[in-house]
Design a protein around this ligand. Structure first.
Ligand SMILES: NC(=O)c1ccc[n+]([C@@H]2O[C@H](COP(=O)([O-])OP(=O)(O)OC[C@H]3O[C@@H](n4cnc5c(N)ncnc54)[C@H](O)[C@@H]3O)[C@@H](O)[C@H]2O)c1
Length: 369
């Protein structure tokens, strides 16, 4: 067992992200000092519960907790108000008080839904995040954003609630599908670009997904290397969220590649993976920014090479005009401006307000037709 502890001192709460191999069974002893009460609700989904549920429940019971379980059907389609309402009712039926806590065991869907339920039950109770997908480990479990989807759009109802603890056992990634694991590298490559050459090169040299070629699961991953990369990604996200917990300034840099990526994702009717869309968005953005003289060409080439090495897309078949049309509807748009996150160098980005017209020019220049 090996682990790294990353402290996240946000203004609303300071907490640890513990990242390592084979640490899942230590959850109970680590949660015990953080929760005054004696009852916990494990929120999980139908894929993750049979794989890791009993181990997690045993560890928590051994630490003296009474456990209730809410396992809903896996998938983004269930991250909705109905599942959220059921979760709240289960919390009430389980007799959870303000001193008790919710354990979110699963991917980003579970983390977002359980977090939002915890943020609103009795005006807010403790949540502990136990992410089991790569995306949840490097992104969604850290930073305190929680939400469910509405019919009107993704993540439209939500709240900020920093967890009391995040426990990440990279060995749980063994059972993930290689396609999902690979997709998460869209965000990981983005973090590499934000962090600078050391992390970027650690990701780009020898793709971590190479041993998974043709495999049915991720058991062949290099878990030691994976743990190092996951911890480094958590630090990148930590460094941003501790400065800007509520996304009013520097946290916008985490949206690198997302403005174009979201437009591609929506235009594909959400059939393309989020990470793949972010990767394509990042490649298109930096090519376009190079054409406008904002990003050095060698940086753009390095980004595209890295994305390509992970088998993720560097371009899109969605036309520039369709993307631009989507941007006009983007909820993160500010008046007639788009806050474009532009790569100056590896490790240096700039949030640059751009007129929609200028951003459209960048998009047109960035797409290879
Ligand atoms: N809160 C944030 O800051 C934030 C950031 C990024 C994404 N998100 C949200 O995260 C969600 C996507 O997260 P995701 O990609 O983890 O999706 P997910 O939670 O749907 O997980 C993907 C699939 O993998 C399964 N799974 C998870 N862990 C597994 C494991 N160890 N072994 C086998 N199967 C496993 C799940 O059951 C599911 O079928 C979206 O809803 C997105 O909006 C939130």
């Amino acid at each position: 067992m090996s682990e790294e502890i990353i402290q996240v001192p946000t203004s609303s709460r300071a907490y640890d992200v513990i990242c390592g191999r084979g640490i899942l069974d230590t959850l109970g002893e680590r949660v015990r000092p953080l929760v005054k009460g004696s009852t916990l609700l494990i929120v999980t989904d139908s894929h993750v519960w049979p794989l890791y549920g009993e181990r997690v429940a045993d560890s928590l019971r051994n630490a003296g907790f009474a456990i209730s379980i809410f396992a809903f059907e896996a998938g983004e389609a269930r991250k909705n108000l109905q599942t959220y309402a059921t979760c709240l009712e289960v919390m009430a039926q389980s007799g959870l008080t303000r001193d008790d806590a919710v354990i979110a065991l699963g991917g980003g869907v579970v983390g977002d839904l359980a977090g939002f339920a915890a943020a609103t039950y009795m005006r807010g109770i403790t949540v502990v995040q136990v992410p089991t997908s790569l995306l949840a480990m490097v992104d969604s479990s850290v930073g305190g954003k929680t939400a469910v989807d509405l019919q009107g759009g993704k993540n439209l109802a939500g709240a900020f609630l920093q967890p009391a603890l995040v426990l990440e056992d990279v060995e749980t990634l063994a059972t993930l599908s290689p396609a999902l694991l690979t997709d998460a590298f869209g965000e990981i490559i983005k973090h590499g670009v934000l962090a600078g050459p050391a992390l970027f090169n650690a990701i780009a040299d020898h793709p971590l997904t190479a041993p998974l070629f043709g495999a049915a699961d991720c058991a062949a991953l290099d878990f030691d290397r994976m743990a190092t990369i996951v911890a480094a990604n958590v630090r990148v996200k930590r460094d941003v969220v501790v400065i800007d917990e509520r996304e009013s300034g520097i946290r916008q840099t985490l949206n690198l590649g997302h403005t174009i990526g979201h437009a591609i994702e929506a235009a594909s009717n959400y059939t393309l993976g989020h990470g793949a869309c972010v990767a394509a968005g990042l490649a298109i953005l930096s090519r376009g920014a190079t054409a406008l003289g904002l990003t050095p060409a060698p940086v753009t080439r390095a980004i595209a090479r890295c994305i390509d090495a992970y088998g993720l897309p560097t371009n899109t078949t969605v036309g520039a005009e369709a993307i631009i049309e989507r941007l006009r509807m983007d909820k993160k748009r500010h008046g007639s401006n788009v806050n474009a996150v532009i790569v100056r160098f590896l490790g240096e980005v700039e949030v640059r307000p751009m007129e929609i017209g200028q951003f459209a020019e960048l998009v047109r220049a960035g797409i290879v037709s």
